[in-house]
Design a protein around this ligand. Structure first.
Ligand code: SF4
Length: 462
């Protein structure tokens, strides 16, 4: 049997498409790893530039569907089905909207694939394909047709290593790995806790270390949060301790929350992560406006205690503490919360200049399974006649109390134009290498920022 696993991309999305070339993707290489060895597999990574070959002989196509690429994913699926090739759709968007996805596929994978993928493949090979395969505690009530459902979330012990051999290594700057799944924070614009659960599940440390030892290069850790949470962070402390002992040191980066500094051994955990090679931390700061941070549900992950007023100094100090360990901070902000106004512009610019973080500004676009999306929907604030293609910055998908989408785009452009002038870039690079003088850190910081500068300019001339 021949299987083509497709990782779609969205046209004209310079940021995500640049990320696609940065690190080898996990979703298709992991699905390939779960597939029995007697299946012939090809991975088509459109994010990295692969073109779908509709002429190639193939028995089954599997496509990962995320909201920003869903229009392209459906287009590819429809084309294969018009040629009598069966298509399976899975991923976050198919999990949230399985009925919509079913219009474009023979079967849908809802939730996590580990416990159901091989059953699905066997059913396909014996002409017994069901309509929906559900992995995890997702409702099947409204789903018509035949359903196979395993309600437990998969255990991450003994899982196979990613099939990195199926993609040309030289195309990517970094490898990717994951160590845990789930997120206990409650950002209102994000659907990940619903998708992967709010309790963290971890891979055994020896299995992670063994896999990292096989990597030829530096890597991206794709966990939602590389430090865990207040009550579950010992795993990371132990893991980074083991990684720090490796003779071949690799640099790595991942996403984490400033709340780590409020954990029992929080600073020691950050130091261990730095010693194990962490050189860049992606942090969702979301806003510098107290009300906006509250609406984002981001207080806890920023380390603001219950009832504590928003305190920009505290956040700046947390950032500095982490930077002093030689970790560069890549800070994400969103504009579009109800309290945001043109004044938000100046505050974000000042904050970024002061903290020397690498900034990325997007316009708030809650995912379709997030609490904020549900709220906007129930309040009738979602704009009508939108295509899923518009569910990605810099489009505005809902009615804002005081600003139009165009105004927000103008604000975002102004912020990015100011922050990505050459002088602020140079200052940030100098600040980073003064704390971690290493060529990889230098070139990574410089080229990342020049790449963003170029992407921003390109986007503004379209
Ligand atoms: S955005 Fe918030 S809720 Fe979503 S994965 Fe990140 S920390 Fe968790």
């Amino acid at each position: 049997m021949k299987l083509n696993i497709i990782f779609p991309k969205r046209e004209n999305d310079w940021f995500n498409n640049a990320v696609g070339k940065l690190a080898m993707p996990v979703a298709p290489t992991y699905l390939a790893a779960l597939t029995p060895h007697d299946v012939e597999i090809r991975i088509t990574d459109m994010m990295a530039g692969d073109i779908v070959d509709y002429e190639e002989e193939v028995d089954l196509v599997a496509i990962t569907v995320r909201t920003p690429v869903v229009v392209q994913a459906y287009r590819v699926a429809d084309e294969f089905r018009s040629r009598d090739v069966s298509v399976i759709l899975g991923g976050p968007h198919a999990t949230v909207l399985p009925l919509e996805a079913k219009n474009h596929a023979d079967a849908i994978v809802v939730g996590e694939a580990e416990n159901i993928w091989n059953i699905l493949l066997k059913d396909f090979q014996t002409n017994n394909l069901k309509d929906f395969y559900i992995g995890g505690p997702f409702s099947s009530e409204s789903l018509p047709g035949e359903i196979y459902h395993i309600k437990e979330r998969p255990d991450l012990h003994g899982i196979p290593r990613l099939r990195r051999d199926l993609l040309p290594r030289r195309r990517y700057l970094m490898d990717s790995i994951f160590t845990s799944r789930g997120c206990s924070y409650k950002c209102t614009f994000c659907g990940n806790p619903k998708l992967f659960g709010s309790t963290l599940r971890h891979r055994p440390i020896d299995e992670v270390v063994g896999e990292i030892e096989t990597l030829p290069a530096n890597y991206l850790n794709i966990n939602d949060n590389i430090f865990g949470n207040l009550n579950d962070h010992q795993y990371y402390f132990d893991l980074y301790g083991e990684l720090a002992k490796l003779t071949k040191k690799r640099f790595w980066f991942g996403e984490g929350a400033l709340a780590v500094l409020g954990f029992d051994n929080g600073k020691a955990l950050v130091k261990r992560a730095a010693d194990s090679g962490l050189f860049r931390l992606v942090v969702g700061i979301e806003s510098v406006h107290g009300q906006s941070i509250t609406q984002a549900g981001a207080r806890e992950k920023l380390g603001l205690n219950h009832g504590e007023h928003f305190n920009a100094d505290k956040i700046q100090n947390s950032i500095k503490t982490i930077q002093d360990f030689g970790i560069e901070i890549f800070g994400f902000f969103m504009i579009g919360f109800d309290a945001d106004s043109p004044d938000t512009l100046r505050k974000i610019i000042d904050f970024c200049h002061k903290t020397k973080i690498i900034p990325m500004i997007t316009i708030l676009s809650p995912t379709p399974d997030s609490p904020l999306y549900e709220k906007f929907k129930s309040e009738g604030r979602l704009l009508s006649d939108l295509s899923w293609n518009q569910y990605v910055s810099p489009e505005l998908i809902f009615k804002h109390p005081s600003m139009t989408g165009k105004e927000m785009q103008r604000i975002r452009d102004e912020i990015l134009n100011d922050l990505y002038r050459l002088i602020p870039i140079a200052k940030r690079v100098i600040s980073t290498i003064s704390k971690r003088p290493h060529p990889i850190v230098f070139f990574s910081s410089l080229f990342t920022q020049l790449g963003i500068r170029q992407g921003v300019k390109k986007e503004q001339t379209v």
